[in-house]
Write a protein that binds this ligand. Structure first.
Ligand code: UDP
Ligand code: MG
Length: 317
């Protein structure tokens, strides 16, 4: 172990003015006990409240505290990307600003890193506060994801994790626009382990993710790591083709040997027509989702724009 190694803590925050001071207090107490020099980078994701002012005020007292303010609300994953890119530590820990991720877990994560683990994941134990709708949604998403994607996600995974410099550089080398770190991190591989924790109550304020954002995150994850949906038309089209060929053969046999012509009537014709049109439209929609993603990828737009910064941050290329 090398004492000159440093640790960065990266925290995206959107309208979290009430949480920042308590978060910094709890973090400082924990980080001071570790023997590494550290920095805490809070990325203000275009908050409308005093989040950035609070960061600025506290940074006068605490030199380890640094801040980046994004030019507008760009989303949790974009803010996380910004923080990770600005982090200079040999180990970088990402966590939420609302104290749902207990800083008290950090020493254990650091210890595992010292033992040689490149990535330390955390897994949430049963979240009592989650609504039924959320639980059903999460279960559906993870089972779909794991069935069809290149990587396996744990249903109770979170963005509270430690990454060593090597794995962080690997994750940051992937230039995609639609970031989904919960997928990108396992994608790079490396020696990893996981620890469990009890999700704490939000320190203050309300959940910042609405259902639409959760859906967007899930779709970014699902469609960036799997092209399975694009293959479904092949399967359904193939099955339909076999059925229709068998049916034609059957009518031909009846015609040849019995001289009977099968007349099915309008209803069945219209039903088949509507069914095939709707199936085609659904698959055009699937293509649309992928083309939409490609549309944003080819523009090569930056994931975030920084407005102001506080403290000495690593310069990003
Ligand atoms: N967050 C963010 N930008 C957003 C939404 C959320 O930076 O557009 C931050 C938020 O401040 C918090 C973390 O992402 O630090 C997780 O958000 P939240 O607590 O609302 O989600 P939950 O913990 O309920 O999944
Ligand atoms: Mg939260």
């Amino acid at each position: 172990m090398n004492d000159t190694k440093t640790i960065s803590v990266v925290i995206p925050a959107f309208n979290e003015e009430e949480c920042i001071a308590a978060l910094i207090d709890r973090l400082k107490e924990i980080m001071d006990k570790l023997k590494y020099p550290y920095e805490v980078i809070i990325v203000d994701d275009g908050s409308k409240d005093r989040t950035f002012e609070v960061i600025r005020e506290l940074s006068v007292k605490y030199k380890f505290l640094k801040g980046v303010k994004l030019s507008r609300n760009m989303g949790h994953q974009a803010a996380l990307d910004c923080g990770l890119k600005h982090a200079s530590g040999d180990a970088v820990i990402s966590m939420d600003a609302d104290l749902q991720h207990p800083p008290e877990l950090i020493p254990q994560m650091v210890k595992l890193w010292e033992e040689g683990y490149e990535i330390v994941y955390t897994q949430k134990l049963e979240n009592q506060q989650a609504t039924l709708l959320y639980k059903v949604w999460a279960k559906t998403f993870y089972s779909l994801f794991n069935k069809y994607s290149q990587i396996k996600l744990t249903p109770s995974g979170s963005d509270f994790r430690l990454m060593g410099r090597k794995s962080l550089e690997a994750v940051l080398s992937m230039p995609e626009y639609h970031k989904f770190f919960r997928g990108l991190v396992p994608f790079v591989g490396f020696k990893s382990t996981s620890i469990s924790f009890d999700v704490q109550k939000r320190f203050a304020g309300k959940r910042k993710y609405n259902f639409k954002q959760s859906m967007k995150l899930a779709s970014d994850g699902l469609f960036s790591f799997s092209d399975f949906a694009l293959k479904i038309p092949f399967i359904i089209g193939g099955i339909a083709l076999i059925i229709i060929l068998l049916y034609l053969l059957y009518t031909l046999i009846l015609l040849i040997f019995h001289g009977t012509v099968i007349m099915q009537g309008w209803t069945s014709v219209i039903a088949i027509l509507v069914l095939s049109i709707s199936i085609q439209l659904i698959f055009m929609g699937v293509l649309g989702v992928y083309i939409g993603k490609i549309f944003f990828e080819v523009k090569r737009r930056p994931v975030f724009f920084a407005d102001e910064t506080v403290g000495e941050l690593k310069v990003i290329k």
